[in-house]
Write a protein that binds this ligand. Structure first.
Ligand code: BV8
Ligand code: ZN
Length: 257
């Protein structure tokens, strides 16, 4: 039977029933922020002003037209600052309090809503929208909520190169320390009940799309909560189709908050 059409039957099936001895690794994507009013990458056909996301979110795109890329990120900063965490974000912050070091949240989202919901055991593997760093020198990354006016490209006070959003672009490697932290967490808790839960992600972007396999390799139970069929759905033991704002509190045994 195709896991994707599986509908929750008994309450045990409906909930993860995480005990204090269990460990939980969560991976989230744009779908978790959809109910906060932020567009997903797939949702908008992957286009912004008819430019492909991957084109704008790339070093080549920035070199070709830094002002256009800054307009793209400035609009997303404005939207992210207006948005509020939803029950899905809050459920993950709450279960972190319960599980402590047996919990780790890895997000592909750069919108900052997990942090605003109170998540601390959080790794933003694709960076953060509300951060800026230099494209030319090792100027420390700074928090920056500025939405730069059309045509403006901020410059580095140290080397005058163009500043850029502190996100990981397509073709750029993730921080190896982040990938190590995922491996360490899976190795540390592989002996007991280890659960990998992915939510609101289409499984289209690597290496994040492969984390389910890293978890399976350690004998983890793998769950997916997603509104539509995900590219890697077949690699999950259990799939719950629906809105993360509803299903995450339910799955984690938390009343809707
Ligand atoms: C790298 C930051 C070394 C910027 C982002 C292996 C195979 C094929 C390709 C590759 C590969 N390895 C590397 C690549 C290349 C590339 C890649 O994966 N390309 C894809 C497109 C094929 N990966 C990279 O370049 C990575 N770097 O690997 O470096 C290297 C380099 C080159 C070659 C080899 C190795 C860097 C990837 C990171 C890029 N930066 N973001 C920015 O945001 O502007 S990725 C960005 O897009 C997001 O961060 C996120 O990761 C991704 C979007 O995916 P999702 O979050 O899953 O969102 P999506 O819209 O797709 O899906 C949302 C889902 O939610 C949908 O299914 C929908 O049904 C569901 N949903 C909607 N509403 C709800 C919901 N679910 C529940 N509730 C709801 N309410
Ligand atoms: Zn600089």
């Amino acid at each position: 039977m195709d896991a994707f059409v599986a509908r929750a039957t008994s309450s045990a099936e409906r909930q993860l029933d995480l005990g204090t001895e269990d460990a939980l690794l969560v991976l989230t994507g744009a779908g978790v922020s959809a109910e906060s009013g932020l567009p997903t990458y797939r949702g908008s056909g992957g286009l912004w002003r008819s430019h492909a996301f991957e084109r704008l979110a790339s070093p080549e795109g920035f070199d070709a037209d830094p002002a256009l890329v800054w307009r793209f990120y400035s609009e997303r900063r404005e939207a992210a600052l207006k948005a509020l965490p939803n029950p899905g974000h809050r459920a993950l912050a709450e279960v972190e309090q319960r599980l402590g070091e047996r919990f780790l949240l890895v997000t592909q989202n750069v919108d900052g809503l997990h942090r605003r919901a109170g998540s601390e055991r959080l790794i933003e593997i694709h960076g953060r929208l509300l951060g800026t760093r230099c494209s030319g020198c090792n100027r420390p990354e700074s928090t920056d909520e500025t939405a730069y006016p059309e045509g403006e490209v901020p410059r580095c006070e140290q080397c005058h190169s163009a500043l850029r959003p502190a996100v990981v672009w397509f073709g750029e490697s993730l921080d190896p320390a982040h990938l190590e932290a995922v491996d360490e967490f899976l190795d540390r808790w592989r002996g007991g009940r280890l659960v990998f839960l992915a939510a609101g992600t289409s499984g289209a972007v690597w290496p994040a799309a492969g984390f389910v396999d890293l978890a399976r390799a350690r004998g983890a139970e793998t769950w997916l909560v997603n509104a539509e069929r995900a590219d890697n759905a077949g690699r999950f033991d259990r799939v719950r189709q629906g809105a993360s704002g509803t299903l995450l509190p339910e799955l984690l045994g938390l009343g809707a908050s």
